[in-house]
Design a protein around this ligand. Structure first.
Ligand code: GCU
Length: 441
């Protein structure tokens, strides 16, 4: 969705539809001159004040400390991988996409039972590749049938966000929803460059609404095995530091990687996790927690993703908590208008990827996501990459539009709106060529 008018409408919807608190919200700040003075938490400073002096200290101690703060205060703690996970092949089509792809669908049954909760991984492999290929993995917004126009792919029967113009009505996807997200997934280009693409509809993991937890994995898997979750509870039964929906989606990404580890045509040690917007937040959180992801890419993830909260520019902590309180853990609610009290900021989320390559992409007109704040977060992660001897952005200056920069921390701000475009994908493919192809056996 673009900033205007879609975003305005969405935001107004948030204001009108949700809590009255919104009425008292200050105007959104888009003025660089009104960004408050702030001090970022130092990623290299332990909570007891000691300084991290080596990659080893970061790895062994400080990394866990930062991760724990994000778990406790921002996204919540997630449960361990389920013991009985099972992968059930659904289909395999050779010669898909006009002969370019092998297309697979695999159901990931979270409890091992086919009548239990599950998600469907849609996997495109380059037809004719003889060796395991690196892959991109990302969640999609509209159902797997939205990713391409292939007529034989089943239309999701799960809850979807309504958009009659795109064939989604009464929270159901129709035939008219095919291909409606295809511009975000240039599958043929990805395959032609020698990568596989795996995607999952995020609503399979948890439907994106305030009661969604009941129908998703948060209603099934307790964070603490001693506290069973009652999906029919009248109130919200999870603890204040238990996972929110972003945690659930991130957890789903890790389960998709569990599956990719069993797919011999994919090199699971070379999987880049990526996502756009709220799903970019989820991709970052997945990459932070699960170091099996070899590369992490954030496309316009903004507040609660790659953008610094302390800048209070565009979307704020208060705004996102009002718009989608269920995305984060309950503890996060206390930081609305109190960004300075957050024990972390988002540069430290990016630092959790070190020394793995991370890419942050902004869009010039996507001010709601604070493009500059995304750049500054990437910059704030550099000291941690430096511990590993890895180059960061390679510039202290926010680059001009369409000028990609960076070594192990990639960044660009593209012209245009809040979207995923071919320009973005070409940069991700170049970045992956540099970092993932190098390791090709
Ligand atoms: C809203 C929300 C953002 C989010 C975006 C999206 O604009 O405020 O935080 O990233 O939706 O997911 O499209």
């Amino acid at each position: 969705m673009g900033w205007a008018p879609g975003r305005v409408a969405l935001f107004l919807g948030g204001i009108l539809g949700l809590v009255g608190v919104h009425a008292a919200e200050p105007e959104t700040n888009y003025d660089e001159g009104l960004v408050p003075a702030y001090t970022l938490p130092d990623p290299l400073k332990f909570s007891d004040g000691r300084i991290v002096r080596s990659a080893r200290e970061w790895r062994r101690q400080r990394r866990a400390e930062v991760l724990e703060l994000f778990r406790d205060q921002v996204y919540g703690h997630s449960p361990a991988p389920p013991a009985a996970l099972r992968f059930v092949p659904v289909s395999e089509v050779r010669g898909a996409l006009g002969g370019r792809a092998i297309r697979r669908e695999v159901r990931v049954c979270f409890t091992g039972r086919e009548d239990g909760p599950s998600m469907t991984v849609l996997l495109y492999l380059p037809q004719g590749s003889t060796r395991p290929v690196p892959a991109f993995l990302g969640l999609n917004f509209k159902g797997n049938q939205g990713v391409t126009f292939e007529p034989d792919l089943p239309v999701t029967d799960r809850w979807v966000r309504n958009e009659p113009k795109e064939g989604r009505v009464n929270h159901r996807a129709t035939e008219a929803s095919r291909g409606t997200e295809s511009t975000r997934w240039p599958v043929a280009d990805i395959l032609a460059r020698g990568y596989a693409l795996a995607t999952v509809y995020y609503g399979d993991i948890e439907p994106d609404h305030v009661e969604g937890w009941r129908a998703g994995v948060r209603g099934v898997f307790p964070v603490d095995p001693a506290r069973a979750v009652d999906p029919n509870a009248t109130g919200f039964p999870l603890a204040d530091s238990d996972w929110g929906a972003l945690g659930a989606w991130a957890w789903g990404l890790s389960r998709a990687l569990d599956f990719l580890e069993t797919e011999s045509r994919v090199d699971a040690q070379r999987v880049a996790v990526l996502g756009h917007s709220r799903l970019g937040k989820a991709a970052l959180w997945a990459g932070a927690q699960d170091e099996r992801f070899a590369m992490v890419i954030s496309n316009n993830s903004g507040e609660g993703g790659a953008a610094l909260a302390r800048r209070v520019f565009g979307e704020t902590t208060a705004r996102i908590n009002a718009l989608a309180p269920y995305w984060f853990c309950t503890n996060f609610k206390q930081y609305g208008h109190r960004e300075a009290e957050l024990p972390v900021d988002q540069h430290e989320l990016l630092a959790l990827m070190a020394p793995r390559p991370v890419y942050v992409a902004s869009a010039e007109k996507d001010l709601w996501a604070d493009p500059r704040g995304e750049f500054l977060a990437a910059q704030g992660a550099e000291p941690v990459y430096a511990l590993f001897g890895k180059g960061g952005l390679g510039t202290a200056v926010w680059p001009r539009v369409n000028q990609p920069v960076g070594d192990f921390i990639g960044y660009h701000v593209r012209t245009g709106d809040h979207e995923v475009t071919l320009y973005d994908w070409n940069r991700y493919l170049d970045f992956a060529d540099r970092h993932l192809k190098r390791r090709a056996r």
